[in-house]
Design a protein around this ligand. Sequence first.
Ligand SMILES: [Zn+2]
Length: 419
Amino acid sequence: MSISKEIQGFLLNNSIERFLRYVKVWTTSDENSKTFPSTNNQFELGKLLADELISLNLEDVVHDKFGFVYGYLPPSEGCENVQALGLIAHLDTSPAVNGKDVKPVIHKKYDGSDIIFAQNPDLILTIKDSPQLEEYIGLDIITSQGDTLLGVDDKAGIAEIMAVCSVWNEFPDLKHGPIVVCFTPDEEIGRGTTKINKKRLPEVCYTMDGSEMGQFEIECFDAWGVTIKFKGLNVHPGYAKGLMINAIHIASRFLSELPEAESPEKTEEREGFYHLTNLKGNEEEASAVLIVRDFEHKKNDKRMEYLKSLKSKYETLYPGLKIELAFKHQYENMFTYLEKKQKIVDLAKKAIKLAGIEVKIHSIRGGTDGAKLSSKGIPTPNIFAGGLLFHSRKEYIPTLALQKASEVLIHLANLWTKE
Ligand SMILES: [Zn+2]
């Protein structure tokens, strides 16, 4: 199937118009909040989107008390038996940078020179910051005015899903099976699936939350949290010889045995690490908190074995010392699940190619909502939404990426109708 010029133009205009509106709604999430959603203003965008989904003829549109928006688009004629697809994007923006009063700017026909920000003369976006800019020469680029983030993460994803719903409404010849749209709050603070209603989601979902055009993410870290407690014995330092077991000092010796080459600051791409996040205590007792990350479960197992071997070594070295190790599995590499569901991956790759873009497989050095959903039994890889330099005041997106990501969704839904 090829997408006509008319539909391409419709997608471009529709997604830009929506994106420019959605970024202006303040939806910063707050990790210190205990409520769901973490901030009330996320309701504002949710309400707007729920109303717009209704006007696009989606059914069963729900905006629930936790801030989630769900909508159901019935299949086009003849596609009643097609596998239903879930399309997911998140409402919130990162608390790392101010997201209030975003004023988007379109830089027409980018010419390769530095991009200056109206509200922040010291801020400059260059090709050195983001080499992809070189590929975007000649395109229109959207940025903020430099005093806020732009909110491409993930309002681009929302605008693309909404644009596709509009196009399906406008051009009924485009075939698709049943579609479930789901917009989630609080993804940026790791709570995007905590209150999700799994019953509303189909067995196959895709998040639209990746970065540059063509990017497709099917794996993330296998993640463990480790707490180590050192129990020593305090004695007056003047009389301590042969008696004192200085817990915090021993803890620091123990931790110095973790290989520096396996730390976040020394690793990239598919390399794993140990990362010490907290160390506290005194002579009597000390505790350390680590996170352990890798793409391969087996390599993390080895790291935990190494920690256990250090425990026996130090308990032998310091008679009377007790070390307690506690391991907690935080999230799993979603590839474990996607490996068994090759079709979900293959059709997305095919859809990206059909949109005329090169597929760039990327491994996420972190977790995603898709990983959590995958481990809950809903395999959910992540498709690009098109923005770059996430969570910074230099965030940007070429307008073409909004159109192309929407095209990918049209192809993807169409490919599923042939399965
Ligand atoms: Zn995101």
